[in-house]
Design a binder for this molecule. Structure first.
Ligand code: NAP
Length: 247
């Protein structure tokens, strides 16, 4: 799975699952553009780590929920490397609350980051991805977008919306051979899941057939495959990586 000289943007690429995706792609010779919103130190440290591996990387600060900042991220990529071959829409947030108590702003913030952010990035990247002979988009959705979850009306709607976005984009980009797929992780150990009550985690573990929480590398390896030539006949699909939780 050689990604030599392919330029790939990973949104929220400095921490959690995004960090593992960035590192995995760099280990396979991709040029990775690591987007961050607040994790500047982590992003710079990751660029150094990747350069030590002999690959190229660039850290770009941008809030992808903002149309103009998403454009800035794509423009910086083109200014620096002159091409764009892959986009991984990984940036995402949660802000859980039962709907009776959820504020309108909680709904809007989650939708703006998780769904509109991905649309913003696809919109600004489209003309470059369509020119690439290796064009790929991978949207990081969630099993919660398939099943729904109590206290996550905002998050579930955003992640289900991302699946619709994936299928529509897959059809639009298909004429140029650009593949677009969604990945739905289950329960993956990151800062996002560290906030959860241990009793909830224990109960969740009981429901996972493979009896372990996922590791970010479980997601990173699937994303690598979807960005590689090995997946060139797969588009518009929703791939679940959850230890068998949803089947
Ligand atoms: P995380 O550790 O909380 O990381 C989230 C990342 O998103 C951070 O790098 C953050 O950047 C970035 N981000 C958030 N808002 C942003 C914005 N407006 N603009 C740019 N970047 C932004 O979460 P994670 O667990 O790695 O999750 C990564 C993705 O996987 C998310 O889409 C999440 O919904 C999805 N997912 C995770 C799990 C899980 O179990 N962990 C399960 C299913 C799906 P900064 O740190 O720079 O702010």
């Amino acid at each position: 799975m050689d990604l030599q000289n392919r330029v790939i943007i990973v949104t929220g690429g400095a921490s959690g699952i995004g960090r593992t995706i960035s590192l995995t792609l760099a280990k396979h010779q991709a040029i990775v553009v690591i987007n961050y919103r607040s994790s500047e130190q982590k992003a710079k440290a990751l660029v150094e780590e990747i350069e030590k591996l002999g690959s190229k990387a660039l850290a770009v600060k941008a809030d992808i929920s903002k149309f103009d900042e998403a454009k800035f991220l794509v423009d910086e990529t083109i200014n620096q490397f002159g091409r764009l071959d892959g986009l991984v829409n990984n940036a995402g947030i949660t802000d859980d609350q039962l709907i009776l108590r959820m504020q309108e702003s909680q709904f809007d913030n989650v939708m703006d980051t998780n769904l509109k952010g991905a649309w913003n990035m696809a919109k600004h990247s489209a003309k470059y991805l369509l020119k690439s002979p290796f064009g790929r988009v991978v949207n990081i959705s969630s099993v919660i977008g398939l099943t729904g979850n109590v206290g996550q009306t905002n998050y579930s709607a955003s992640k289900a919306g991302l699946i619709g976005l994936t299928k529509a984009l897959a059809r639009e980009f298909s004429t140029r051979g650009v593949c677009v797929n969604a990945v739905c992780p289950g329960f993956i150990k990151t800062e996002m899941t560290e906030k959860l009550d241990p009793k909830f985690v224990e109960a969740y573990l009981e429901k996972i057939p493979l009896r372990r929480l996922g590791d970010p590398t479980d997601v990173g390896n699937l994303v690598l495959f979807l960005l590689s030539d090995l997946s060139s006949y797969i588009t518009g699909q929703v791939l679940v990586v959850d230890g068998g939780l949803v089947m």
